[in-house]
Design a protein. Structure first.
Length: 552
């Protein structure tokens, strides 16, 4: 048998119960206070009414005249009954100075002494008191009747406490109705507010909300991926540490518009898009990001959740893999050509043309060796040399001649550790690929590569990588657009559109270098990347080395 522990009441339920109790206490307390206050005010009002009636009777000339007669009761009793009826008091008693009644609501009590205090009135003072007389407890006023400067009688008017309580109960009934209406209205308002709160908190209690907040904060700081949440007006509602790092933003950006973050235009456009984006590749300042966006909706657009993944390392590895594939394709092409040449040699021997076979084989070996010697002589750095050999074979297959310029000179071991071969492959490989694409089909179809170091004015040395082509060139108006993600002159159906040059600029910026594009001497485009090497590298230019270069 399992003991089921009841789930704590939700936060909305707890607030509803608390508010309902609070409203009930406030309304009941106010009603009780009002009842007590009204009862006291009713007693005060009854005393003022009794005093006013007694003073009016004492000042009436007809009363003084009736007192002077031999039988005051005969005239005063009807008068007192009429005053009681007209002023809504319970009794009016007119008596002689010694307190013997001339009038009373009960005629049988006429002639008997007044029950109550009259001493102060006998001294000429008007006063009020609560006293229990022949009619029960009452609030009464007693005042002297003065005629020609002497007290000729006393008059008392009063209202029974029972009548006062009746009036208070009538007020209490009205007050109870008002209090019940206020309590009902407060309960309905509290229910409506808490129903809305229950929807927003999904029925969770305070402990669950507190734990969710703690988990939420821990998860935000723990995940390496970037998380960005935008509200319905595309303002930053939340960003974690990973998001700040990947987007390259700092400071308090919560509440800022996406357009104010200073991000590249394509990335900003993706974040501002109303439709979801799935695994889109975008470039930030120094990173390649995979961006996913998902709108948050609940009957209306509430915002956007953005996840960011850093694939800079993956993109670099992909670039190296593409280079390796290029090398493989070059080797396959060379193997195919070697097989054709070998068949030619064998056929010449079978035909008895041995001398021609030897001459043909020797010339092919000399050509291949010359190709390798030219590349190594110009660029002995192994990674770049291997890259150029592979790109040369690929360019030849596409009918493009790749040339290493006479300015090229890059010795092995010259590059510092701060400039890894991976970035060089990304920069030079993409520049060559772009140039081959541009030169293909042109007359002549040629790509010229230069790689050397030099020391510009201001100290330090730089690695210069220059690639020129004989293609159509770059429109000066689009000189900056060619480096943006998504810009390409390739047909729309081809893959990899607009990413190569963007990756080149990113890699160059990562090493604080510069990347420019201008018109080449041949009329095509000339891309030049300059990467600082620091003070440790010794620049070697064409003027300080034997000439090297030529068509590959």
């Amino acid at each position: 048998m399992h003991l089921r522990v009841p789930r704590p009441r939700s936060l909305a339920g707890q607030l509803f119960a608390m508010q309902a109790v609070l409203i009930a206490v406030v309304v009941v307390g106010y009603a009780l206070f009002t009842y007590i206050s009204d009862r006291g005010q009713t007693e005060e009002a009854a005393g003022r009414q009794a005093r006013a009636v007694s003073l009016a009777i004492a000042d009436s000339p007809s009363v003084a005249e009736a007192i002077r007669t031999a039988d005051p009761t005969a005239r005063l009793q009807p008068y007192a009954i009429r005053v009681m009826r007209d002023t809504d008091v319970d009794f009016v008693t007119i008596m002689n100075p010694k307190g013997i009644r001339w009038t009373h609501p009960d005629p049988q009590r006429i002639g008997h002494p007044f029950v109550g205090h009259i001493e102060r009135a006998q001294r000429g003072e008007t006063f009020t008191e609560t006293y229990t007389g022949t009619l029960g407890p009452s609030v009464r006023a007693v005042t002297p009747i003065v005629d020609d400067g002497r007290i000729v009688g006393l008059v008392s008017a009063g209202i029974k406490v029972e009548e006062i309580s009746k009036r208070a109960r009538e007020q209490l009934t009205a007050l109870t109705g008002v209090a019940a209406g206020a309590l009902l209205l407060g309960a309905v308002g509290t229910y409506v507010v808490n129903a809305r709160l229950r929807r927003h908190t999904h029925g969770m209690n305070a402990d669950e909300l507190s734990r969710m907040h703690d988990y939420h904060q821990a998860a935000l700081h723990a995940v390496r991926e970037g998380l960005l949440m935008l509200d319905g007006q595309y303002r930053v509602a939340l960003i974690n540490d990973g998001g700040r790092e990947l987007l390259g933003v700092s400071g308090d950006v919560v509440g800022a518009s996406v357009a104010e973050l200073g991000l590249p235009s394509p990335l900003t456009g993706a974040l501002l898009a109303s439709e979801p984006r799935v695994d889109e590749v975008h470039l930030a300042a120094e990173r390649v990001l995979v961006v996913n966006t998902s709108p948050v909706s609940g009957g209306e657009r509430r915002g956007t959740v953005v996840t960011l993944r850093d694939v800079t390392e993956l993109q670099s590895l992909t670039g190296e893999l593409d280079s390796e594939r290029g090398f493989t394709q070059a080797l396959r092409s060379q193997a195919h050509e070697a097989a054709n040449r070998l068949h030619t040699v064998v056929s010449l021997i079978e035909l008895g043309r041995a001398e021609e076979a030897v001459e043909f084989a020797t010339s092919e070996l000399e050509l291949a060796q010359a190709l390798t010697d030219q590349v190594v002589a110009a660029v002995s750095e192994p990674v770049l040399a291997a890259l150029l050999l592979g790109k040369t074979a690929q360019a030849n297959e596409r009918g493009v001649e790749l040339v290493v310029s006479q300015d090229s000179r890059l010795d092995d071991g010259l590059l510092p550790p701060s400039l890894p071969a991976r970035d060089l492959v990304t920069i030079l490989g993409n520049l060559v690929d772009n140039a081959v694409d541009a030169a293909q089909g042109a007359v002549p179809s040629r790509v010229t590569v230069a790689a050397y170091t030099e020391a510009p004015e201001g100290g330090g040395s730089e690695l210069v990588l220059r690639v020129s082509d004989t293609g159509a060139g770059v429109d000066p108006a689009h000189a900056d657009l060619v480096f943006q993600r998504g810009y390409s002159t390739k047909p729309a159906g081809e893959g990899g559109r607009g990413l190569g040059l963007a990756l080149v600029r990113q890699a160059v910026r990562r090493h604080d270098g510069t990347l420019t594009v201008a018109e080449a001497e041949s009329g095509g485009a000339r891309f030049e990347a300059r990467l600082p090497l620091g003070d440790g590298a010794t620049p070697v230019t064409a003027a300080g080395r034997p000439g090297a270069g030529g068509a590959l």
